[in-house]
Design a protein around this ligand. Structure first.
Ligand code: GYE
Length: 377
């Protein structure tokens, strides 16, 4: 017997509820916390609508309603992630998307999920700013029968309360950066010289920050000649990266050999600070810059020799979620509880190296104009 999908069951309840409501009154009043897809989506609307319009609003033909709460708009990576979700969950693809940009506020994210539950959406997608604070609201969604997908960053909550997580192995990304630096230094005969490192971290408590820090730290511990001078958060933003780099230059000046930026936008900010302070960096300079994300703009900085190595983080999780929704609509289950995205490592070096990291091999890609052209984000 064909299993009934989550949505069909809920639409059934919704129809019963609407029939009762229509019998009781002639018009309905609708209050919603969101608009369609778009960054200004939180318009709080209160409008009178006819019962016919209400039905159309709530069940537009066969559309699947997805509530997606995004971290914010702090980086190029994030903009690419938002665009990918909006394209995937478009009307043409049979969706009605309720989008909320939480502007880096964890409380706003939890509120948004509660509103999605109240609005009885078919599916909820969350990119959690921080790992903590999710259990209560995820349990609420679970008990309301609304399937939840977590994308990109992770949550500290029993996996029982969500369908699947789709994202990147941040610890592995951090390890790749560490392994690259280790190889790079030995290639230059600096394997035993003291190396002074500063890191510009992402948003504190985000799994992308925690994972990249943990992975890189393994190599700091392994290489006794590496000295981690400082680590501060640049909040994954360009202005944050610049500010932190300025502070590092004041505190440590010429001692800094390597700057690890936990995303491209922080690297752009750090580069600005280095330029303004007239410090030589990059392929033809002294100081080495490492970054994560490998966005189009990041790869351009690699091609120009400003960033030495950039470790990809794929922002295109939405198609994987759509695939899982399709299978759930047919009574199936998502392809896996944990789904990792494929990622590459990029460099400005003409003789790229092979990285062997935790049992996995990565052939680093030398960035060219063609590599940048092929990049979608
Ligand atoms: O690296 C950064 C963004 O969570 C992996 O968040 C994501 C990070 C990404 O703002 O650019």
């Amino acid at each position: 017997m064909e299993k009934m999908s989550f949505r069909k069951k809920r639409i059934g309840w919704l129809l019963i509820f609407l029939t009762l409501m229509l019998a009781a009154c002639g018009t309905g009043k609708k209050k919603t916390g969101y608009a369609g897809a778009g960054p200004d989506a939180q318009a709080d609307l209160e409008t009178d609508v006819s019962t016919e319009a209400l039905i159309e609003e709530l069940i537009p033909e066969d559309a699947i309603t997805v509530g997606f709460v995004q971290v914010g708009h702090e980086s190029d990576w994030r903009i690419a992630s938002t665009r990918s979700c909006q394209e995937e969950f478009s009307e043409e693809n049979g969706y009605r998307l309720l989008f909320l940009d939480a502007d880096n506020s964890p409380a706003a994210q939890v509120r948004a999920v509660r509103n999605f539950i109240k609005d009885k959406v078919d599916y909820i997608v969350i990119d959690p700013i921080v790992t903590t604070g999710w259990t209560a609201v995820l349990k609420e969604a679970y008990h309301a029968g609304i399937p939840v997908f977590i994308i990109d960053r992770t949550v500290d909550c029993s996996p029982r309360y969500y369908q699947a997580w789709i994202g990147s192995d941040f610890v592995q990304e951090g390890r790749c950066a560490g392994q690259w630096l280790q190889n790079y230094l030995s290639r230059r005969g600096r394997a035993n010289e003291p190396v002074h490192i500063v890191t510009i971290n992402g948003t504190t408590g985000a799994s992308a920050q925690l994972g990249r820090t943990e992975g890189f730290q393994e190599y700091v511990e392994r290489n006794k000649n590496w000295m981690l001078l400082d680590e501060q958060s640049g909040d994954f933003t360009e202005s944050g990266g610049k500010q932190v780099m300025e502070a590092y230059l004041k505190a440590y000046g010429e001692r800094i050999d390597v700057v690890v930026c936990q995303n491209d936008n922080e690297a752009f900010g750090a580069i600005e600070a280095l330029k303004e302070a007239d410090v030589s960096y990059g392929r033809d300079g002294e100081l080495v810059i490492i970054s994560f994300d490998a966005t189009k703009a990041g790869l351009k900085a690699v091609l120009d020799g400003e960033i030495h190595a950039d470790f990809e983080c794929n922002p295109m999780a939405a198609p994987y979620v759509a695939q899982a929704i399709r299978s759930m609509e047919q009574g199936g289950v998502p392809a896996g509880k944990k789904q990792y995205m494929e990622e590459q490592c990029f460099t400005c070096e003409e003789a790229p190296m092979t990285l062997s990291v935790n049992g996995k091999t990565y052939e680093m890609v030398t960035v060219t104009e063609e590599v940048i052209e092929e990049r979608a984000y």
